[in-house]
Design a protein around this ligand. Structure first.
Ligand code: CA
Ligand code: CA
Ligand code: CA
Length: 540
């Protein structure tokens, strides 16, 4: 498991349990559609409250400013109503142009979940500005806005997960999917997690349109497992962190962007896939970054980009590593390095290049169809016999791959680790969220017979019933006589069958059990219940 997954798991547990606590301590409020209903109600929330937003359209005519304070033990949650369609938060076209949602002041321990946020006139979807921390934006759909999610002041511990953001750059704005931090480090976003978002389509007329832009000075952030395409600026842009820890950019997939991933300084860029873009990786200076340093770009798969790697690492750049990348740009430029210097190792290359293949730093990679299962359909799994397999420099191989699956030595070049599998066992690149398979269900159901009761004397037709539950779901409950003979099976609750006991009416004691199964095939047999079956009355 990646160390960051461990961190994420801990954070998840905290969120999970705090929410249960909030149910115990706070109010649960319900709102229904209307004009100026959403903003004022949100502003009234107190620590521990849960606001359930029912389906329909919420029109906000005034500038919305959310300034609320939850606490670690009593966070505030705003969520769609279970089983209903996603509520829409927007502004009428007659209202002044504002961001649809502003989160401000000293807001902390707040979660927004399951809302659709629609812009009008060129405002942002969600703008965060103030002394903010511990805010979670989860499962939001944000569209037809200028910037999707805007982080506009110093803040920390912001989680932005599984949001669908599209049609940004309305009214000719800068149009970033996410804009994180400030120019010239005048604000700094740190220790934040941006993962599994789906960001696509900057609008025609946007002046920029980055997918995720993390401004200079912002640091210790993780940007991973995002799906980003059709962007008029870089898919992901990270500048530099100054003296602070690096930003990590991993497991993302980007296509049809002006540039794929642009990293200036202080970044680990690993296990990403970029294709059909202006560049795969852009690794060159920016005027807001004083010095290029500390870039580790390893195990990325770059396919059919105009420039696979566009690099300008000069002799003053410090601690720059480019290793184990699969750089295939058939008929285009694979390497545009212009004399760059750095630690270069085991990069496999196909396409035009301004650097000689030396067999160590840069190695001729052969054709993309020999390297990947089906590159024309975005399947970049290393096929059997691929030159990428077991070809990596072990010193630079990440612990896991694009699928977040552990890599085993000998290590492969590119974003995937083959480890003997003929095809990709994970998510296939497609429009939508990057999915990870759920871990297998290994927990068996619980089951108990509820009728008849132990020691009953029974005769004729009786109902046999059981209660059963499972962490995922009960698939069936089978009822057995003397632990051997199946009497019948129930597949939905309440679990019961009718049994004609005259077939085994012999005056003896028998035992009944129920065996519950889940879909994964885990089974549990209930404690036995003894019954005595009355001898049938003959010749009546
Ligand atoms: Ca920008
Ligand atoms: Ca391996
Ligand atoms: Ca189970």
């Amino acid at each position: 498991m990646r160390k960051f997954e461990t961190v994420a798991a801990i954070v998840f547990l905290l969120v999970c349990c705090n929410e249960h606590a909030s149910l115990a301590q706070g109010r649960i409020l319900d709102i229904y559609p209307g004009v100026d209903v959403f903003g004022p109600t949100v502003q009234s929330l107190k620590a521990g409250d849960t606001l359930v937003v029912h389906q329909g359209i919420y029109n906000e005519t005034t500038r919305m400013s959310i300034q609320v304070q939850g606490s670690p033990a009593a966070p505030i949650t705003i969520t769609r109503a279970a089983g209903e369609s996603r509520p829409v938060i927007t502004r009428p076209s007659s209202a002044s142009i504002q961001n649809t949602i502003n989160i401000e002041g000293s807001t902390t321990w707040l979660t927004l979940r399951g809302l659709e946020i629609v812009g009008t006139g060129g405002g942002d979807g969600v703008t965060m500005k103030g002394t903010l921390s511990n805010i979670t934006l989860d499962d939001l759909v944000i569209h037809d806005v200028d910037v999707g999610i805007n982080f506009r002041s110093s803040m920390n511990n912001i989680t932005v997960r599984r949001n669908h953001i599209y049609n940004t750059g309305a009214d000719g704005g800068t149009g970033e999917g996410m804009y994180v931090g400030c120019n010239y480090a005048t604000c700094i976003v740190q220790n934040s997690l941006i993962e599994q978002n789906w960001i696509h389509d900057s609008l025609p007329g946007t002046t920029q349109g980055d997918g995720i832009e993390v401004k200079v000075g912002s640091h210790s952030n993780i940007i991973r497992d995002n799906v980003i395409y059709n962007r008029a600026y870089p898919g992901i842009l990270v500048y530099g962190t100054g003296a602070n820890p690096v930003n990590i950019v991993e497991g993302n997939v980007i296509w049809n962007a002006l540039e794929g991933i642009y990293a200036v300084a202080d970044a680990v860029v690993r296990n990403n896939i970029v294709f059909n873009s202006g560049t795969g990786l852009s690794l060159y200076p920016h005027e807001q970054v004083a010095q290029m340093k500390n870039v580790t770009a390893v195990n990325n798969t770059l396919y059919k980009n105009n420039d696979g790697i566009l690099m300008r690492w000069d002799s003053f750049a410090v601690n720059m590593i480019l290793a184990n990348n699969a750089i295939y740009s058939p008929t285009k430029n694979a390497l545009n390095l212009h004399g760059s210097v750095g630690m270069f190792s085991a990069n496999y290359v196909d396409g035009k290049s301004d650097r000689a293949m030396d067999g160590v730093a840069f190695i001729a990679g052969g054709s993309s169809t020999a390297a990947f299962v089906d590159p024309g359909h975005s399947d970049f799994w290393p096929k059997f016999g691929s030159p990428l397999i077991a070809a990596a420099n072990e010193a630079y191989a990440p612990a896991t791959d694009f699928n977040a699956t552990p890599r085993f030595s000998p290590y492969d070049v590119g974003a995937y680790e083959n480890d003997g599998l003929a095809s990709n066992p994970g998510w296939r690149i497609a429009t939508g969220f990057k999915e990870f398979p759920s871990p297998p269900d290994t927990i068996p159901p619980t089951v108990a017979l509820t009728s008849p009761s132990a020691g009953s004397n029974v005769s004729g037709r009786i109902v046999v019933s059981a209660s059963a539950s499972d962490n995922v779901g009960v698939a069936k409950v089978e009822f057995r006589l003397d632990r051997a003979t199946t009497l019948g099976t129930a597949t939905s609750a309440p679990y019961s069958i009718t049994v004609n006991t005259s077939k085994f009416a012999d005056g003896r004691t028998h035992v009944l059990t129920a065996v519950a199964s889940d879909a994964a095939g885990n089974t549990t047999e209930s404690s036995p219940v003894s019954i005595t079956v009355s001898i049938a009355v003959k010749n009546r």
